[in-house]
Design a protein around this ligand. Sequence first.
Ligand code: G4P
Ligand code: NA
Ligand code: NA
Length: 194
Amino acid sequence: MEELVERIRAVGKVLPGNVLKVDAFLNHQVDPALMQRIGEEFASRFKNAGVTKIWTVESSGIAPALMTGLALGVPVIFARKHKSVTLKDDLYTAEVYSYTKKVANKISIAKQYVAPDEKVLIIDDFLANGQAVNGLLEIAHQAGVQVVGAGIVIEKAFQPGHQELEAKGIPVVALAKIKSLSNGKVEFEDEEEQ
Ligand code: G4P
Ligand code: NA
Ligand code: NA
């Protein structure tokens, strides 16, 4: 998505440890008009998938997920993160390890909002190691619902998340694919692959 790539070029900052900081429009301050166009792009890419619900994880997935839900006319669930181990009967729960933050979180979704015939589209801000998406897949497995795809705003193509998801048969659509963040420079995959 050209507009997104241009925005990353304009305001993205590379931090040590191969981290791309996009607090200017996605992870802290949010640009609603850009998020809306991102949502419309995901909606058009998944329009024939029969999506009945969007799943994401709080907090940074919520903005693009919400706009995708709006464009597709379906509800959005954000899985909640919590560090406590308390298991509750009314929740589906999975473990998510964050490599960047070096913490393990549990994420959960209330059973009340999951229907058995659900077709879920996962949306997230970043795909790196795929831990967040894997946690949602684990919950979908517990709930016995189908995941029809994953829509990712920014993919770090040099990390293994994308390949692992495709190996599980999950179609992945990423709107900006980053080949490298080496030497403080953002390098995208070829234009035609964006
Ligand atoms: P993974 O889900 O792909 O495995 O991500 P990973 O464990 O590597 O990263 C953990 C957190 O860091 C996730 O956010 C993920 O979206 C984010 N992240 C990973 N790489 C980058 C990056 O280069 N730049 C930015 N800005 N974020 C990155 P989270 O813990 O779920 O936090 P939240 O922001 O959603 O609250
Ligand atoms: Na994040
Ligand atoms: Na996220």
